[in-house]
Design a protein around this ligand. Sequence first.
Ligand SMILES: Nc1nc2c(ncn2[C@@H]2O[C@H](COP(=O)(O)OP(=O)(O)OP(=O)(O)O)[C@@H](O)[C@H]2O)c(=O)[nH]1
Ligand SMILES: [Mg+2]
Length: 428
Amino acid sequence: MIEFPGTEQEVRQLERFLTATENLPADTALDEMRERALAHAGRLSNAVNIGFAGEFGAGKSSLANMLAGADILPTGPQHLKLPLVIVAYSDTPETTVGWWDKEPKTYSGIALEKAAEDAPDFISVGLNTPALQEISLFDLPGTGALDDTYKETLDLLKFVDCAIWCTNGTNAWRETERHLWSQVPQELRANSLLAVTHADLPPVRDALDRVVSRLNKEKGDLFRSVVPIGTPVAVRAMAQEPEPDFALWENCGGQNLAEQVLQIASDRRLADLEAARTDLKQDFLPFLETLTGPEAETPQPDAVSVHAALESALPPLENPILEDWLAAIASIYADLRESSYIEPSAFLHSCQEIVEDFAERLEQGGEIDPKADWIPGEFEKATDLLLLLQFESGDAPLKDAISILAQLSDNLAWAGSRVDSVQPKTGT
Ligand SMILES: Nc1nc2c(ncn2[C@@H]2O[C@H](COP(=O)(O)OP(=O)(O)OP(=O)(O)O)[C@@H](O)[C@H]2O)c(=O)[nH]1
Ligand SMILES: [Mg+2]
């Protein structure tokens, strides 16, 4: 089983950076960093997109169905003409029709025929299949030898991170296919597989070793590897009762193909993670430190050091609610830094608002140790106290507010920490 690297920690750090810098004065370098951080967060929060491309009837939809573990996409000779169909994760089954230039429309359930009647540019089918949280499947329309569909395929391939080019084993890897594929950017080619379909048919099976060895010689840098597959046999193997026929699954190429697809997607995710980590380490986190570090000029040095100490003492991955809490506090300090003078009551009011938000969030439950059921009450009390402090004068209420925040941070640090770390997700 191939494991997908978890991205939660990096996404949380990126969000923390984005929240803390949201209201800072405009600055070209900062804007550029925020843009990069947003792009990383978007990539790491979404599934890896796997495209299925190839000539008409090559077996694209059959293969996508096999990997989705569901008979969603129509296969074989059919009258229903479909545009790009994306199979992605959603909590409840739904079908969305989309256009490049107007608002999408969503139907509940799987409704491909109804969706096709709207003549959309693309259709997205949402299924509640856990593996789809990691990979989305893009079933591209078939392409013909050098007609209009050729350009459409090239355009749609821009949306995918990895591709599986399906070639029919009875006449594998024709010149027209090579011509189209050689125009695909090298980065995508390096993340793509050449699937030789119909490998279960006797004439293909008999010549398979020879064909695969020829394709391996010819592939050069066009594909990462060549994988033969007899899709209907693989589907049959997995549907066996009471349990799948694993020997058959392996024999027909199903196992190898599924592993290679997941490996490519997992490698791609790892590369995205590495890129995000590099930016976090080199740019985003050091910048955050300039906002919260001891050298920063701030009207509330005590609070800042409490915050910085808590932040460095606690690994972020293990306590999501504390991470968000610290980011919220950091945003108040960012506001403080921006203005030379801030009304104490405005500062107290910001604190009160944040505490109130977190009191509501804690009420919903599930984020802290159930044994610490008194903590939501502490947040409620703190909300009231911070409200009252706004009516007092002098420096004392500010100091009180800081200790309230520190106390609440301690509570979250203790009750929100998870002893067991987040489970890595798996592909299938
Ligand atoms: N024996 C065998 N039949 C296959 C295989 N893959 C697909 N088929 C059959 O080939 C026909 C075409 O398969 P599809 O999956 O619809 O092909 P497609 O590439 O999606 O076709 P278009 O979307 O029309 O371009 C169907 O009848 C499939 O059952 C395979 O590996 N072995
Ligand atoms: Mg198809």
